[in-house]
Design a binder for this molecule. Structure first.
Ligand code: XMP
Length: 508
């Protein structure tokens, strides 16, 4: 790929940097995130965006950029938040520290909506601010192209095709943020549009080149990333072994379903049934973190035993897993993934150039688009996420076969009804779990003393936050009736109406 064709996003440490890349890609352009340290090796990008950052440009150790080099490229540059203040300083202006951080919505009042950065933008629209520094004085050939409701400059333009905006166009709270980014990118010439077909051809060519005649091993879970990965290796025509570990913590008929799905897309997989080993290892353990560690550790053992002497390993690592961004910090999923993806053996293989991560440039929705372009059916690409430790995180307390079986039954009824009522694709993730607390009820004419199940259905963008879904009462009623009538061991059905935060999506 020619650098000239892409949009380089330079990371100054904002928690939103990754979102800038995402928005640019949503607009159809090729975009890549560069760490500030990598700026000197940037060849010749088509446009440059300087991200926001947590520091003040006035701090002595504030991140800096080689301004001569930036100007030398002669391409449009957009500084966002920190990026704007830095450009202002570099052009000879001054910046004053705010007495507090401004965080939240603000009005954007552009000077000119007929042309340039704010072409077609409303005379007043909401933008999102998160900053403390503000512009004190502008210098030289700079003009103020937008202010906020108090008349403070929030967008600047310099004659060398550089722009600065105080707000974050990449967050959805900036209502016209994408339109502003689109206007900016329209000023660049020769930018290449992202094409998933081109990407696939490039990927398969590079996989073939790197793998040669070696055997490539990959782990599959039935989730979208590993399925698309396996299909890509299959299309590339390399010697592949796809290994599926059944840890005994899967949902009802899941092992069969995963095998059937791979048969549907014509990819052979090897299933390793390790369910006994997992259940034995978990016996008696009630501490959530210890349970996770047992499952994570055993998974690695089982997987590598099955792999033997791998010549090459392929992993479904995605872009958000790769780039160092604060926006991912704190996500349990990404920490766990990193754990799996970076264990010692993988690091060794990596040092020998034997790890393939062909999806590492893509976001989840792009992985889905890639999967669709290879003919993977919609229902496989849009399966809800399922955690690596499986039902164990939905089974507080000890994990036993009996408890897992109860969860499987409740979950199958709930998910079946979500599908039946057309709600499966509308929710981001849903499941039934177990609350191992016995309460009194009446079943038939008899007193019952049984456990409860919790139903959870959430919407989310990235699992960092989540909201519970207002499912139709008839769906909930039918689910509750079916569970109470058919699942032995359950006499109470609860619907979890907790947002994340403060709750999490899983119970453990
Ligand atoms: P929480 O419970 O942290 O879950 O709100 C956020 C998302 O991550 C999934 N999850 C995991 N995924 N390994 C995974 O691959 C894990 O250990 C793990 N724990 C939670 C969870 O299902 C939800 O989508």
């Amino acid at each position: 790929m020619n650098d000239r064709q892409l949009v380089a996003v330079i990371d100054f440490g904002s928690q939103y940097t990754q979102l800038i890349v995402r928005r640019v890609r949503e607009l159809g352009y090729l975009a890549k995130l560069y760490r500030l340290e990598d700026f000197p090796s940037l060849d010749s990008p088509g446009a440059i965006i300087l991200s926001g950052g947590p520091k003040s440009v006035l701090e002595p150790d504030a991140p800096d950029i080689d301004f001569n080099r930036l100007q030398h490229f002669g391409v449009p540059v957009l500084g966002v938040c920190y990026g704007m203040q830095l450009l202002n300083l570099k052009h000879g202006g001054t910046v004053k520290p705010g007495d507090r951080r401004e965080y939240g919505p603000a009005a954007l009042l552009p000077e000119n909506t007929g042309d340039g950065l704010f072409k077609g933008i409303a005379p007043s629209s909401q933008v999102w601010m998160s900053h403390s520094d503000t512009v004190e004085r502008i210098a030289g050939d700079c003009s103020v192209i937008a202010r906020n409701a108090e008349g403070v400059p929030v967008a600047l333009q310099w004659s060398d095709r550089m722009y600065g905006i105080q707000f974050h166009p990449e967050v959805t709270h900036s209502h016209e943020g994408s339109a502003i980014l689109r206007n900016f990118l329209a000023m660049a010439s020769g930018l290449k549009m992202f094409d998933i077909g081109d990407f696939k051809n490039e990927m398969t060519r590079s996989i073939r080149e790197r793998a040669g005649n070696r055997q490539v091993v990959c782990g599959v879970s039935g989730g979208v990333d590993s399925t698309v990965l396996a299909m890509l290796l299959h299309e590339a025509g390399v010697h592949m072994r796809a290994i599926f570990v059944d840890n005994g913590l899967l949902r009802k008929n899941e092992s069969e379903e995963v095998q059937r799905n791979f048969a549907r897309i014509g990819v052979d997989i090897e299933t390793v049934d390790a369910s006994e080993r997992f259940l034995k290892a978990l016996a008696g353990e009630t501490n959530p973190e210890k349970k996770r560690r047992i499952i994570g550790g055993l998974f690695i053992d089982v997987f590598w035993e099955a792999v033997g002497d791998a010549e090459m390993l392929a992993q479904g690592t995605l872009y958000p897993d790769v780039i160092e961004s604060a926006s991912n910090a704190g996500s349990k999923a990404s920490v766990i993934k990193t754990h799996h993806n970076r264990v010692e053996r993988v690091l060794e293989l990596q040092a020998q150039g034997k790890v393939l991560e062909p999806l590492a440039e893509l976001f989840k929705d792009e992985v889905r688009a890639l999967g669709a372009s290879m003919g993977i059916p919609h229902d496989i690409l849009w399966r809800h996420p399922f955690p690596g430790p499986g039902l164990a995180v939905r089974c507080p307390g000890e994990v036993t076969r009996e408890r897992l079986d109860i969860i499987r039954e409740c979950d199958a009824i709930f998910i079946g009804n979500l599908r039946k009522y057309g709600w499966y694709d509308k929710v981001w993730q849903a499941y039934a779990g177990l609350i191992p607390v016995k309460t009194v009820g009446v079943k038939g004419d008899e007193r019952s003393y049984e456990w409860a199940t919790n139903l959870r259905a959430i919407v989310s963008e990235d699992a960092m936050t989540a909201d519970w879904v207002e499912l139709p009462p008839e769906l909930l009623r039918e689910t509750s009736n079916s569970i109470l009538n058919s699942v032995k061991g359950i006499n109470r059905v609860l619907y979890d109406i907790s947002t994340k935060p403060p709750a999490s999506i899983e119970w453990e």
